[in-house]
Design a protein around this ligand. Sequence first.
Ligand code: ZN
Length: 690
Amino acid sequence: MNGFPFSAVVGMEELRLGLVLNAVSPAIGGVLVRGEKGTAKSTMVRALAAILPDVAVVAGCRFSCDPADPDPSCPDGPHEAEAPSVTRAARLVELPVGASEDRLFGALDIERALTEGVKAYEPGLLAAAHRGVLYVDEVNLLHDHLVDLLLDAAALGTSYVERDGVSVRHAARFLLVGTMNPEEGELRPQLLDRFGLTVEAAAPRDAGQRGEVVRRRLAYDADPAGFAAHWQQAESGLAARIVAAQALLPDVVLPDATLRQVASVCAAFDVDGLRADLVTARAAIAHAAWEGRGEVTAVDVRAAARLALPHRRRRQPFDAPQLDEEELDRALAGAGEDPDDPDPGDDGPGGGEPEASREAAQGRDAPEPRSEAVPDPGPDGQPQGPAAEGPARPRPGAAPAGPPAAPGPVFRVKRLEVPGTGAGAAGRRSRARTDSGHVTGAQRPRDRAARIHVPATFVAAAPYQVARGRAPAGGLLLRAGDLREARHEGRESNLVLFVVDASGSMAARARMGAVKGAVLSLLLDAYQRRDKVGMVTFRGSAAELALPPTFSVEAAAARLSALPTGGRTPLAAGLFRAGDLLRAERIRDPRRRPLLVLVTDGRATGGADPVASALRAAGLLAAAGVHSVVVDCESGPVRLGLAAGLAQSLGGVLLRLDELAAAPLAESVRAISGGFRGVAPPGKQEREVA
Ligand SMILES: [Zn+2]
């Protein structure tokens, strides 16, 4: 079996560097690879294990203990000092998107522990990845709870499982690599921050490079063994360089002046906390070792900052991580002008820069002083007027050329939820049976009990104690059939499908701005509640699927801001389009319950009897069990109240635009603008929105 060689991947220099730096110094904390589909990012990550040094392991240990330093808590241990060992290649373990917590951390068999008194533990993927690479493709689609646990384990270098008082702990140190396609939804900022480095992976735009990608792929597919042999020398060279860098790493010196550059770059980019400084320093040290240098220079700091800082900058929730290279050079150069700089010999402009800074500054013009060295961090608690850009303004470049109305202010909205109890993916919207959350009762386990409900188990066992011959002072005699598991109730996420009237009757500029602001507010709310979102718009002669269901609230916000308006109001077409989409989604993702949010003034025009058609379409949606909320946008002195009839046919809830806010509008705007800058911890958000 020959995989595609690491050295044979064309381009992707950032990813290559991010991976080897982590291979040299795993303390950097892993790599998150962002990029569209169809780049070779997975190929490159999968090829990494082949250039990592082999590992010696205790023979027969399922936890890959190092014979020189076995894990004292190893469940297969304790190992003899002279235990036989074997040497094997470093492993790359892939975590599938649908993996359970048991699969990741290993499964403790509580039934056997309680009924047989045996501590039975089946190792999970973290055990398999110890001293190797753990690869999580599409990490943004992994359950938040699992990503949290995974990043904790990666940070601690330990896998810990505890079930009902029985626990297992073992070492799990691995190079964590996650990939994600931002078009499918961002990772929560507080998770993003916990990956050491991020890199952007893009397919080469250059025709020559693209041709080379194809040429190599064809050659590999035709003869994998021959291809591997051709690249063997390059692969061995890389492997040897990693080993040499690992050996040099402990001796690399980080001079004070260079450390100050790290600090001033991190400060200039307005990053949260000190984790950025630490990761940048570690990556700079690894970079120096990789380059075979015994001392960290500005070149190393620059390379490290480009990978360590983009995802740690404070930014708007709908903005992608990025770093301006010129800004980086200015910050690096600026560090040399530190008034505390002990370096003598300041003789003229730039003369005070440490030598290394000058090196980094080569190839650029003298820095132009710009008043906005750091981009506007966003609203600082001041609500802006309805015509001003809201806090959730779209990314630069997403703005349309035409004159669509700018979104009005964004505010905190009421929780709209689907009635009843669902069973969908965890989130923060509607009530649901979940794996966590508060315990609402006990039940017989369907297969293996997940979380034991102890009182219910004892109650179930109690009537049989005499028949089972329990001694007067003896313990409770349990059988597998006595076990009861806890039933939990929490909140699920939903599919929030926006159906937005973009017709002429809505197009009065100020009004459309308010409507866009309201939908943006609902989008931000959906982001915080972990919902999937989609958008159907209708205007002129037809309805359009403006955004297929996605986790990318950013994409939805961009489409909304650029939404053209005008023309007739084919309301029925919009509702039929929504019905088609929900039917397809029910097949694709059956447990996710939809919430349809119809944004309309209730008017319908065009075709024969447009109002009756719309009411009929609404009735069909209601019959299909779709729960709806109608946001009534009618305004002005003469009101027809048409939206009320629609809400009735939909069997849904009717809210006026101004009733959407969780509190009076001014208060809601204030309340949320603080939370926008960052990244309130989930607990805090929960309290805010509860
Ligand atoms: Zn062991």
